[in-house]
Design a protein around this ligand. Structure first.
Ligand code: GDP
Length: 139
């Protein structure tokens, strides 16, 4: 196992609903170290830049409007196998399909307002960490 870094965002729905503490507790209890953090309020343009890979998807406009709708908490997480493990702890994109006990099962409202983001691969983790924390060490 290698120590990895990944990027998570506690999305505006979960921040507005007061779930930040509960979500951080789940991550901390699972062995994630918080290597860096920022509270951000993304502009629409920044949200579009972050999700550029999804620009041709039908939900791009709605997703980027949502992601720029209020404060979000961004963290660089560090752990063995961090990228894959975070995806497990988050649960499926659609909370209706998320496993019991996952963050999305517990806190997501629907497939878009789904509480948390996590990088899905090494390359996306590198891009996403650099997007919010330019100059940080990637490991
Ligand atoms: P993730 O890696 O599990 O976050 O899922 P994706 O990379 O496929 O999608 C990025 C984000 O877009 C998701 O977390 C949702 O917030 C949103 N999203 C994904 N699929 C849909 C969809 O079918 N409809 C809407 N409205 N939003 C979606």
């Amino acid at each position: 196992m290698t120590i990895e870094r990944t990027l998570t965002i506690i999305k505006p729905d979960a921040v507005a609903a007061g779930h930040v503490g509960d979500i951080l507790k789940i991550l901390e209890s699972d062995g994630f170290w918080f290597a860096a953090t920022r509270l951000v309020s993304l502009t629409k343009k920044e949200a579009e830049g972050f999700y550029a890979v999804h620009r041709s998807r039908p939900f791009f406009e709605s997703l980027t409007t949502f992601m720029s709708s209020g404060p979000a908490l961004v963290l660089v997480l560090e752990r063995e196998n961090a990228i894959a493990r975070l995806r497990e702890v988050m649960g499926a994109t659609n909370p209706a399909q998320a496993a019991p006990g996952t963050i999305r099962k517990l806190f997501a409202s629907n497939i878009e307002h789904n509480a948390i983001h996590g990088s899905d691969a090494r390359e996306t983790a590198a891009f996403e960490i650099g997007f919010f924390f330019p100059g940080i060490k990637l490991l």
